[in-house]
Ligand binder design. Structure first.
Ligand code: ITT
Length: 202
């Protein structure tokens, strides 16, 4: 059995593999399908983008596909960077540049005004269309400086209040048990298991 993860982000792919822990499922990604169509992420919600990724790639490959769209939403910025998280400081800019832009925009804001959440939408589709779409969130605070080296994206700034540490300091063992991606994938797993069960029966 193969599951394509419709992503080009290697760190996101690794997190998905680590969280799903499927031993009998071969997890591939867009790196294995260089001719797959480019998905333009122009929807207003994470869920719509995730559905678009899953449905388009499943239609092209005729295989079970997982689409994932995620990002950071900061209350003081009206939910920004949101669906624009990966290109917050412009196209082809680095995670570091995105983090520095965020710090600049939040300059002068006290700790209690730095509330934020990570959101993750996961969609499953096969050649016949969408199977399910689910979402997960993880709440935290944006720090005053970058801390830690683990993870990717905004992890050096994203503080989990109960630990008073960023995801980048906490490391993957803790992140993968409480992240937005973990929560969305836990919900998606139910649909995935049912799908496998039905494919075995038919
Ligand atoms: P694909 O579209 O190819 O999957 P991408 O990196 O562009 O790759 P998204 O459009 O879903 O993926 O944008 C996700 C961005 O949100 C990501 O690049 C980070 O900036 C941020 N992000 C999402 N999840 C994160 C996490 O777990 N830790 C840190 N930053 C995260």
């Amino acid at each position: 059995m193969e599951l394509i993860v419709a992503t080009k982000n290697k760190k996101k792919l690794q997190e998905i593999k680590d969280i799903l822990k499927y031993r009998k499922v071969k997890i591939t990604s867009l790196a294995d399908y260089p001719n797959a169509p480019r998905i333009i992420e122009n929807a207003k919600t994470f869920k719509e983008n995730a559905i678009k990724k899953a449905v388009r790639i499943a239609r092209f490959t005729k295989r079970l596909t997982l689409g994932e769209d995620s990002g950071l939403c900061v209350y003081a910025l009206g939910g920004k960077p949101g669906v624009y998280s990966s290109r917050f400081s412009g196209k082809n800019k680095s995670d570091m540049q995105n983090n520095l832009k965020l710090l600049t925009m939040l300059k002068g804001l006290p700790g209690n005004k730095r509330k934020a959440y990570y959101a993750c939408a996961v969609a499953l589709a096969d050649k016949d269309g969408l199977i399910a779409a689910v979402e997960g969130r993880c709440y935290g605070l944006i720090g005053f400086e970058l801390k830690g080296t683990s993870g990717f994206g905004y992890d050096p700034l994203f503080i989990i209040p109960e630990f008073k540490k960023t995801f980048a300091q906490l490391g993957e063992r803790i992140k993968h048990k409480m992240s937005h991606r973990y929560r969305a994938l836990q919900k998606a797993k139910r649909f995935f298991s049912k799908y496998i069960e039905c494919s075995r029966i038919s």
